[in-house]
Design a protein around this ligand. Structure first.
Ligand code: GLY
Length: 446
């Protein structure tokens, strides 16, 4: 089966690496890909527009993807990032009779509109913190002033990881609201906001495959969003991840699966938007039990870089089954091994950074370590150079998280580029105490 993979990050490199292991895979194409993906797939120069790009640009892009898929007779288009899902690429492919892995535009609203996600959760009793939606600054300010504690201000639309502003005071929250609602700091994505109570606890990422009706849960993973060790500094797209989350108790994990993932898939089916693809709720495990922070309509990045190395089964078979509604017929197995991935970032990231820095040492990593490329390209001289804020995800597997950590960092030490920085504590917090028990009778969906 010939496959076209959409995207250009370390997540897509990990997907390409896993698809390559499938005995059913024929040709693999990637659009646009990166220097790492180019070693596994034929790349096509189709750059994914942002969700808020002009409609003509989006239409032209979707048309070009459909044409490329038809011309190459691919039987599956696997869509990695959220932007093409949110502007309906899966729908366009389906109309053209081409199988797509990834939710429809209507189902992808679970990520592309925070307000929609909150409404679905409220209607179906999915556990979340208190939240309210506003498009008027004065009303939003009054709401913040009425809250007892700190809040998180979230742009309703997609904002490339910049849409959630965690605030430490009501003044900070009001400044954030002014930026979004009055000054238009994030454009259309921030013209409506959701204000949530700031929750205390530990974050965890749940992922599941769904064919609209059946669900296969993946192991849990944790990412590290802040740029510096100890969770200090501004948030990034993710500086590293580990799996499993050994600290997460089995009963809490079961609650997440039942009350969040399964309930949401059933809710979307009942509301006429069956969910096909990867559903990824990001959660806070609080003293009162799990609470959804956000839903994502795709694999997490860097979570994918620790989940797919743990997948024993054939990813291509799973993707096809998600698209065809036959996931109940697939036996999906995971290894007991742990995985840790450390993201190597460009100097200055997540602020301004330079690109085009030659990367050394890629050939020096251990044979069983995995280096997934994020922002890389091959320059005119044939060298692999940096081409983004997050550059490489160095991944290792081992029987335990501490062993995988040690192996990942041993390999990180062999790679160099000008300005390279990374966190030294990825996975270190997995040894912390287990999550608290949910409190019986705690209200949800308030
Ligand atoms: N690691 C979080 C995300 O992919 O959204």
């Amino acid at each position: 089966m010939d496959v076209l993979l959409i995207g250009s990050g370390a997540r897509e490199h990990a997907i390409a690496w896993k698809l390559r292991q499938s005995p059913r895979l024929g040709a693999l194409y990637a659009a646009p890909g990166n220097a790492g993906i180019a070693q596994l797939a034929e790349t096509l120069p189709l750059v994914v527009p942002k969700a808020d790009a002009p409609q003509e640009q989006i239409d032209a892009y979707c048309g070009a993807v459909v044409a490329a898929a038809r011309e190459r007779r691919v039987e599956l288009v696997a869509i990695g990032p959220e932007d093409p899902l949110s502007f309906g690429l899966a729908d366009r492919l389906q109309i053209a009779g081409i199988r797509a892995f990834g939710p429809s535009q209507a189902a992808a609203r679970i990520e592309s509109s925070k307000a929609f996600a909150k409404e679905v959760m409220r209607r179906h009793g999915v556990p979340m913190g208190a939240a309210a939606r506003f498009d008027d600054f004065e009303a939003a300010r009054a709401y913040v002033e009425s809250r007892a504690g700190d809040v998180v201000v979230k742009a309703d639309g997609l904002a490339a990881g910049k849409g959630a502003i965690v605030t430490d005071s009501h003044e900070e929250a009001i400044d954030a609201l002014r930026g979004l609602l009055v000054e238009g700091a994030l454009g259309a994505a921030g013209r409506t906001v959701v204000i949530e109570d700031r929750l205390a606890g530990r974050e965890v990422s749940a992922h599941a495959f769904s064919d609209g009706q059946h669900i296969v849960h993946m192991p849990f993973a944790c990412d590290h969003k802040a740029v510096y060790d100890g969770d200090i500094g501004p948030n990034t797209g993710g500086m590293g991840a580990y799996s499993p989350a050994s600290w997460l108790r089995d009963d809490v994990a079961a609650t997440v699966r039942r009350e969040v993932t399964e309930r949401t898939v059933a809710a979307l089916a009942a509301e006429g938007a069956p969910y096909r693809g990867v559903l990824f709720p990001g959660l806070m495990i609080t003293a009162g039990g799990p609470r959804v922070l956000e839903f994502n309509c795709r694999f997490g990045d860097p979570e994918t870089e620790v989940l797919l190395p743990r997948l024993e089964s054939d990813l291509l078979e799973i993707m096809v089954a998600c698209a065809d509604g036959t996931l109940d017929g697939v036996d999906v197995r995971w290894t007991d091994e742990a995985a840790v991935t450390v993201m190597l970032a460009s100097g200055g990231y997540p602020g301004a950074y330079e690109t085009g820095k030659p990367i050394d040492g890629l050939g020096d990593v251990d044979g069983d370590a995995l280096v997934f490329h994020a922002g890389t390209k091959v320059d005119a001289a044939g060298r692999i150079v940096t081409n983004g804020g997050r550059v490489l995800a160095v991944t290792a597997t081992a029987p335990t998280v501490p062993q995988a950590r040690e192996k990942a960092y041993r390999n990180v030490a062999r790679i160099r580029f000008d300005g390279m920085h990374y966190r030294r504590d990825i996975g270190a917090s997995d040894d912390a105490p287990p999550s608290p028990s949910p409190l019986v009778g705690e209200g949800v969906g308030e």
